[in-house]
Each structure stands twice: as structure tokens, then as C-alpha cells.
Design a protein around this ligand. Structure first.
Ligand SMILES: *Cc1c(COP(=O)(O)O)cnc(C)c1O
Length: 313
């Protein structure tokens, strides 16, 4: 992969693989996985798309520094640090919680990619979007292009709109039924990008990995209406598959992931993609997906988050 210093580029298209999975065979469901986990060895698939237009926006604003926010295991900060290193751009990560005496593997990677880390307490964290807090950060680290937690901004959304095109090119053209596309939802930004682009043949199913109030549907609707888009596809966010809540990884899910991985050789991350595949498996078991149906799962990456999860082999 090239790394030009001043032209931000999109990576080569990742494969769309029809998977060899006993459950899918048993139920007669055609199941493809879009391997955006393969975009870069250490940069999560959808986080790459969320950053790409933020880099151009930073440049257009005359800035050369990126600042963002996240937890100690954040895929977003990890991707930000890596992208910063690749393009020779300074990065600053504001991290919730004081990890400096017990660094996570994620933060070790961020630091070694050159990211400067600013630890904040929970109460400071709640102020992170305020003008005062951000001007103190700019005074300390220099002016920076600020990206919200998770890459959830309009540049992140416009970047995620690019994901759909290679799925459309790679899927067999003669499919005569609805294509059910499954994607994990944290903020919903990635799903919004897909919904904006996919044609009427698609039904986009967002699997929320967060327990509680549904802000995801609203986030998606807002992105679409701000960009003046009437979606052609159907879409819905599902709330039954968070498996206990954000970052909860119960044993039944670990067992499922271990079986899936040993059968297909495709690795999943514990926070997002594990729950999407689990939902697809349950849909086959309960008859929501039937013989001859088409399923595409977007593998959004996040594999760096497997480290430290002892229940995965
Ligand atoms: C961040 C992330 C998501 C969620 O993306 P949103 O756009 O916030 O909904 C899904 N999968 C992985 C692996 C992620 O890192």
C-alpha cells in the first residue's frame, strides 16, 4: 500500500467472500462477508472510511494536527494514531480514564505510532465538547482539527458512503431477491453511509451493540436529511442483540465466536462484529432468514480489540 504524504487515498477494494459456514449451509442461506477488516493490518475498516474525509477537511482548514476522543480500547483512536503516522500528521488522543500506569495494548500502539495522549477524569470527559475545554486543549497542543468520539461527524458520514460502491460491484448481478445487509451500529454513522447509497434491492439491518435508548435511528435520519437524501433501500436498527450491553462479552457469545472462527477462519472482534454474526445465526435458527435468502455482512474490523479478551482462542 502506498503512503503518499499529501494525497489521501482510498485503499484497494477488499474482497467480498461467500463463506463456508455450516449454519448457512444447513438453512440454505447465501452468506457473504465484505472483508473491510483487511483494509489495513492495524486500521479498523470503517474507522479508515470515517477518517479519510476528515484528513482533507483538516487540510482545507489549514491545520496539520488531528485531535479526538475515546476510551482505552478505542478502535477509533487506534485508527487515528495509525493514519497520523502513515501521513505524517500529529495526533492527540483525549482518553477517558487514567491509564498511564496500566496502559492497554491499544494505547501502547497509539503511543508508539506517535500519538500524544491526554488523560481526563470522568467529570472532565463530560465537558469534552465544550468550547472552554477544547480551547485549553488547543492552547496546550496547538490548533487541531477536532473529530468527535467514534468519528461521528459529517466527514465521517461522507467517507462511509464510499463503502457501498465496491459491495455493489462485487455482488453477483443476477440476484433475484432482497439482499439483507447486516452492519454493527455504535453511533450509526457507518450505517447511515450505507443507507444513503444502497439501491432498493437492499434491506439494511443495523445491529446495535449498545443497550438503552435508541439514538442511532435518529442519528441516521439526521445525516440523511441534512444531506437531503431519500433512501431507496429499506433500513432498520435492531436492539435485541447487544448481548448485555456495550463491550459485554458473555460466555455464550465467546463460544459462538470460537466455533465460527474455527469453521471459517474469519476472525471477529468481541465488541461489534461478533454480535452481528450472532444475530445472523439467530435469524436463521428462528426462521427470519429462510432458504435462498441473501445475506451480506459488513466486517467493520476492530480486531485489535481482541487483545486481552481471554475467552477467545
Ligand atoms: C466503531 C465501530 C463500529 C460502529 O460504527 P458506527 O459508525 O459508530 O456505528 C462497528 N464496528 C467496528 C469494528 C467499529 O470499530
Amino acid at each position: 500500500m502506498p503512503s503518499p504524504k499529501d494525497a489521501f487515498y482510498l485503499p484497494d477494494p477488499t474482497p467480498l467472500e461467500k463463506i463456508d459456514w455450516s449454519l448457512a449451509k444447513q438453512w440454505g442461506v447465501n452468506c457473504w462477508i465484505k472483508r473491510d477488516d483487511l483494509i489495513h493490518p492495524s486500521c479498523s475498516g470503517n474507522k479508515w472510511y470515517k477518517l479519510i474525509n476528515n484528513l482533507s477537511a483538516m487540510k482545507n482548514a489549514g491545520l496539520q494536527r488531528l485531535l479526538s476522543f475515546g476510551g482505552g480500547y478505542s478502535n477509533h483512536l487506534h485508527a487515528l494514531a495509525l493514519v497520523g503516522k502513515l501521513f505524517d500528521i500529529e495526533t492527540i488522543g483525549v482518553v477517558r480514564g487514567d491509564y498511564h500506569t496500566h496502559l492497554t495494548p491499544t494505547l501502547v500502539d497509539c503511543l508508539s505510532a506517535g500519538m500524544r495522549i491526554h488523560y481526563v477524569t470522568k467529570s472532565e470527559w463530560s465537558l469534552r465538547d465544550s468550547v472552554d475545554f477544547q480551547s485549553a486543549l488547543h492552547a496546550r497542543y496547538g490548533p487541531a482539527w477536532v473529530i468527535p468520539e467514534g468519528g461521528n461527524n459529517s466527514e465521517g458520514f461522507s467517507g462511509c458512503r464510499l463503502i457501498a460502491s465496491s459491495i455493489l460491484e462485487q455482488l453477483p448481478q443476477n440476484l433475484n431477491r432482497t439482499v439483507n445487509l447486516f452492519v454493527a451500529c455504535g453511533t450509526g454513522t457507518t450505517m447511515a453511509g450505507l443507507v444513503a447509497e444502497l439501491p432498493a434491492q437492499f434491506n439494511v439491518h443495523g445491529i446495535s451493540v449498545v443497550k438503552g435508548a435508541d439514538t442511532i435511528t435518529q442519528t441516521i435520519s439526521e445525516y440523511l436529511s441534512k444531506a437531503n437524501i431519500q433512501p431507496r433501500c429499506r433500513w432498520h436498527v435492531h436492539h435485541e442483540w447487544h448481548c448485555g450491553g456495550y463491550a459485554k462479552f458473555p460466555n455464550y457469545l465467546a463460544n459462538f465466536v470460537n466455533r465460527f472462527e474455527s469453521e471459517t477462519s474469519i476472525l471477529l472482534d468481541p465488541v461489534y462484529t461478533a454480535k452481528v454474526l450472532f444475530a445472523i445465526a439467530q435469524w436463521m435458527e428462528n426462521g427470519s432468514l429462510v432458504m435462498g435468502d441473501h445475506v451480506v455482512m459488513l466486517h467493520t474490523g476492530g480486531l485489535q480489540g481482541r487483545r486481552g479478551v481471554t475467552s477467545l482462542q
